[in-house]
Design a binder for this molecule. Structure first.
Ligand code: APR
Length: 239
């Protein structure tokens, strides 16, 4: 199966990879919906919302301080590095990611659409002014400029996604002839809509995910139960 993926990559004029939290579990960061995922221990509605930011600010801030520190203590894994190498070799045009860890860019990927923003950026919820990670981590949770609450630059449930990232992702999805999903349960729109849009515009669809997704039956190739790093390493051998 990895040989087939390598052949499709070599034959492709415009390949796109879309990643989810499963891309960073090998870096030691939890995903959200697998049995050991974040949402099995925390209720996203109690934490990952503007409501939580405004009315449960202590719990909100502690949760994102912990996630930011975990991310700063971790690093991109071999899978991130292989994708950056494929971009350099002209095999991969665009990465669309739902992840907020910045590991694709840290691994050298140039063309990345961060659909859900970045946990590395801290800003004021009211005036938008940037604040430092240190300020956020050491608990100064108010903006020096306007007194508003500090928050990570990620998309909270119910918030709009960054326009430019969405547009980039839509253009890449429409233009691609190969769309590869890595480590996503495909349960959160609009990201979960892109694989079918690619398929409907004639692209081949490949899904690499440890657990089954609702789109597996539409995919041209799936790697059930496989680990992303193993699939990317195996595929790399044929390139
Ligand atoms: N190899 C392959 N698959 C993996 C690996 C791995 N090493 N590690 C985890 N997975 C799979 C899990 O089985 C799971 O199905 O990755 C998938 C991750 O799915 P989710 O946890 O739902 O994460 P994701 O799809 O990125 O969630 C989308 O939901 O909560 C929001 O904003 C959050 O961006 C996130 C969005």
């Amino acid at each position: 199966m990895s040989r087939q993926l390598a052949e499709w990559l070599q034959a492709s004029n415009y390949s796109v990879v879309m990643t989810g939290a499963g891309m960073s579990t090998d870096s030691g960061l939890p995903d959200f919906r697998s049995s050991s995922g974040l949402w099995s221990n925390y209720d996203p509605k109690q934490l990952a919302t503007v409501e939580a930011l405004e009315h449960q600010n202590d719990a909100f801030t502690k949760f994102y301080q912990w996630r930011l520190q975990s991310l700063l203590d971790a690093s991109p894994n071999k899978g991130h590095k292989i994708l950056a190498q494929w971009e350099q070799q002209g095999l991969l045009k665009q990465v669309i990611t739902q992840n907020v860890d910045g590991f694709h860019q840290a691994a050298g990927q140039q063309h990345v659409s961060d659909l859900h923003g970045s946990l590395r950026e801290i800003n004021c919820h009211i005036c938008g002014r940037q604040a430092s990670q240190e300020d956020f981590l050491n608990g100064s949770s108010h903006c020096p400029n306007c007194g508003g609450k500090l928050r990570p630059g990620i998309v909270l449930f119910g918030e709009m996604l960054p326009e430019q990232a969405i547009q980039q992702a839509q253009e890449a999805t429409a233009a691609c002839d190969l769309f590869i999903v890595l480590g996503s349960s495909l349960q959160v729109a609009p990201a979960s809509l892109f694989p079918m849009e690619a398929k409907e515009s004639g692209a081949r669809l490949v899904i690499v995910n440890q657990e089954e997704t609702e789109l597996d039956s539409w995919a041209d190739l799936t790697f059930p139960g496989a680990s992303i790093q193993n699939v990317l390493t195996e595929t790399n051998r044929y390139l």
